[in-house]
Design a binder for this molecule. Structure first.
Ligand code: MG
Length: 266
């Protein structure tokens, strides 16, 4: 395993030492996005699986008593199937919560919101079905490896975005597509809820790669460590940048920081 190529983008965190040194006397929480962070992107979204090394490290962290929460834009059940580990998952940007045991809860949707989602799905029906991801409070259009979808969206972007906004949707670009989401949940509100159940002295970290992760990084500022996972550093509310190939090193450091804690599962 190589060295960790991290840089502090201006917040002064040069290494993880001080952060990890608090682990023995606290209850550290690792929150992570899924796609592009724990699992590499794939054209076919159902094929985006974490490497065995990532899976093993997450298992070891949990065994050592490290709390882990996955926070994804995907549906919680979908992440659970792909990740295949008994971890708590907040899906659909925090709208759905799945316990490690598999129980999913989400707030009820109003009739008006249901109608807005139906109308959005009608608008998006011009796109191929496999480019659409239908979720409880949003629809995402994916064009990774689908240049024609991107071209078609470019042609219709103005009309689509305008009618989606009229229906109350936010139009949110992400790496490889765009999402139309009702403003009922975001990674910011999810991170705030996650933080609310932790003691202020517990170290919390969030690993994320995309624009929607910036909400979580902002919610974490002053309270925990935001880590941007990206091939190149970019302006971000995260305090640290690591490349995707360094995620395993980061997780190994997290595991080693938990040395001496009791085993919880397995
Ligand atoms: Mg991601």
């Amino acid at each position: 395993m190589g060295t960790l190529d991290l840089i502090p983008p201006g917040e002064g965190i040069a290494d993880l030492g001080p952060f990890l040194s608090s682990f023995p006397s606290a209850r550290p929480l690792l929150v992570s996005d899924y796609d592009g962070t724990l699992a590499p992107f794939r054209r076919e979204r159902g094929e985006a699986l974490p490497g065995e090394d990532v899976r093993s490290l997450l298992t070891e962290i949990a065994k050592k008593g490290g709390e882990i929460v996955i926070l994804s834009g995907r549906r919680a059940e979908e992440v659970a199937l792909l990740l295949d580990l008994p971890l708590e998952i907040w899906g659909s940007h925090g709208w759905e919560r799945r316990t490690a045991g598999g129980c999913i809860t989400s707030p009820p949707l109003s009739g008006q919101n249901r109608e807005s989602l139906k109308s959005l799905r009608r608008e998006l029906s011009v796109f191929p079905e496999d480019a659409l991801e239908i979720k409880p409070i949003s629809c995402a259009l994916h064009w990774r490896g689908r240049p024609r979808v991107q071209e078609l969206y470019a042609l219709r972007e103005e009309d689509l975005a305008s009618s989606a906004r009229k229906e109350g949707f936010q139009v949110l670009p992400f790496s490889g597509g765009v999402e139309f989401r009702l403003p009922l949940a975001s990674k910011r509100t999810a991170m705030e809820s996650i933080l609310n159940r932790k003691s202020p002295r517990d170290p919390v970290c969030y690993l994320g790669d995309d624009l929607t992760d910036e909400d979580a990084f902002e919610a974490l500022r002053g309270r925990g460590l935001g880590v941007l996972v990206a091939e190149e550093p970019r302006p971000s509310a995260a305090q640290m940048w690591i490349s995707p190939s360094s995620v395993t090193t980061f997780l190994a450091l997290w595991r080693d920081g938990l040395k001496g804690r009791g085993e919880r599962i397995g």
